[in-house]
Design a protein around this ligand. Sequence first.
Ligand code: GLN
Length: 550
Amino acid sequence: MIVSKHVFVTGGVTSSLGKGIIASSLAKLLQARGFSVTIQKFDPYINIDPGTLNPYEHGECYVTDDGAETDLDLGHYERFLNIPTSRANNITTGRIYHNVIQKERRGDYLGKTVQVIPHITDEIKRNFLLLSEERKYQIIITEIGGCVGDIESLPFIEAVRQMKWELGQDNVIVVHLTLIPYLKSAGELKTKPTQHSVKQLSEAGVQPDILVCRSEYPLPPEIRKKLSQFCNVDYDSVIEALDSDTIYEVPILMQKEKLDKRVLQKLRLPYDNEPKMDKWKNFLKKLRNPKREVHIGLVGKYVKLHDAYKSISEAFIHAGVANDCKVHIHWINSEELVEKDLAQELAELHGVLVAPGFGDRGIEGKIQAIRYVRENKVPFLGICLGMQCATVEFARNVLGLEGAASTEIDKNTPHPVIDLMESQQHITQKGGTMRLGSYPCKLKEGTKVYKIYNKTIIHERHRHRYEFNNKYLDMFEQAGMIASGINPDNNLVEVIELCDHPWFIGTQYHPELKSTVDSPHPLFIKFVEASIEYAKNKNKSALETQRVGL
Ligand code: GLN
């Protein structure tokens, strides 16, 4: 029976220091030493989950196999560890309060006044421990969202304090991530903000065991000593976290600084085996030394914030490495595309991905981009809304169904080729009510997508309300757009592809959510491969034209 030990990761001085990446890197190193480890995130906001948040608020909403709409850090956890997360891996203040209020309504508190302490903190602790009940993790890393000192994170910090007291120093440790700014005018690295944030943490009763210090410059011994002395941590528990050009280097940086070893020492776990990071290092080497490059357009309406498409851009990194290729993403705002000359805008690209999304803003730009890539035989991958737009484009411009649309965009369209799913007809609540999570899909033998996956039944994750309207399926298939993947239980169309196009695939599901460093997604690998091929042919024909011209 496995009893879990806990590592809490808190943040100080400022947000956006990359707690998720530090937590993932530590977890990776521990996993590479043979420990079973998982990561969970506790977010201090009141939304029950991030599912209802605009991507500009909080970046992408990541969906787990069991259909939870979660923080994008869970994507990093999965990409680093190559193991799935679940609903239990992401809890918000909203969820905690929701649970407590439900218990109160049920009468579970037996007439007591329900208070932040102990009821909210008890509920937080119960949730901290949920994954340890599975008895399969030796170490659970818990990332506390936000910054120490925020009013809203106080109950979480108090719950961490109690956990330390209840389970003991050997079973619970705190890693505090902080910033050591460099003051140009003074020519110095400054430790004071870190001292203040550690002081704030200690005022709440929590003494950090390890400091991870983000810095633009290496920390000299006197700075490390100062941090150790004034923040009350061991000298060798002051860990330097230098800025890096890729998040995938961070585990290696942390290994050099022995973060994993310090954690194991403090948790009284064995640390003789060095982590086996050869595969990871090989990935990093390939990432740094690409043999070729391609340019792929990502058409979407939230392109100003790249975090809104985090899993897609990471999946391109994985697939790029698998092809020894650097993928340059061109972020294309679909709302601006309509006014621009498409041919000019897309001419330099070797592939186009049309992104997931909601609502009608930017739709026409997406449809026009799809028409261009279909007619010009540019490799195309449409994800969710991207696949739906490809369907609409085909209906309008190939089938001649004038005014064809998705009913999400035009309720009164004469040709609802994409329509609200039966199961969604009576749903009015927004949060957590889409078709979410992993479902099976049966691929048709002989199709492009079958060849890519090389199997019949696949499982992919979903997040949508609308769906291909099967009434039109025959028409589409006769004209050369086929449904190459179908849900075997209810016949929903999951994949479409064009027969007379080298690489034109749309998926109702989100392949990007399952791409990891160890297991890049086959659709992305093959899409990048097709883009490389397209680039080669384009260069060849450009040379031909030049020669003929001469
Ligand atoms: N808005 C579309 C739907 O709900 C597509 C969703 C998506 O792209 N994730 O079906």
